[in-house]
Design a protein around this ligand. Sequence first.
Ligand code: ZN
Length: 77
Amino acid sequence: MPFAHRCFACDSTSPSVPTREAAQRAAQLHRDTIHGGHIPAAGDAIEPAARLITGRVLLVICAALTLASLLLKLIAS
Ligand SMILES: [Zn+2]
């Protein structure tokens, strides 16, 4: 499961990485470089990376369903 570091102070999320440990390293690098090594007052977290369906993927799924529906109508008639 991919993970990402999320900084609430910067309202930013790291790129997803394959392990929690890699996300923790990204968190420490972010703290060191952006926050002078401090934990941001607004907090941060390691979270499972979201697996969002992009608009393009959704469009392909809709097109496939439409095509399947048309084929079924042709076969049924
Ligand atoms: Zn930050």
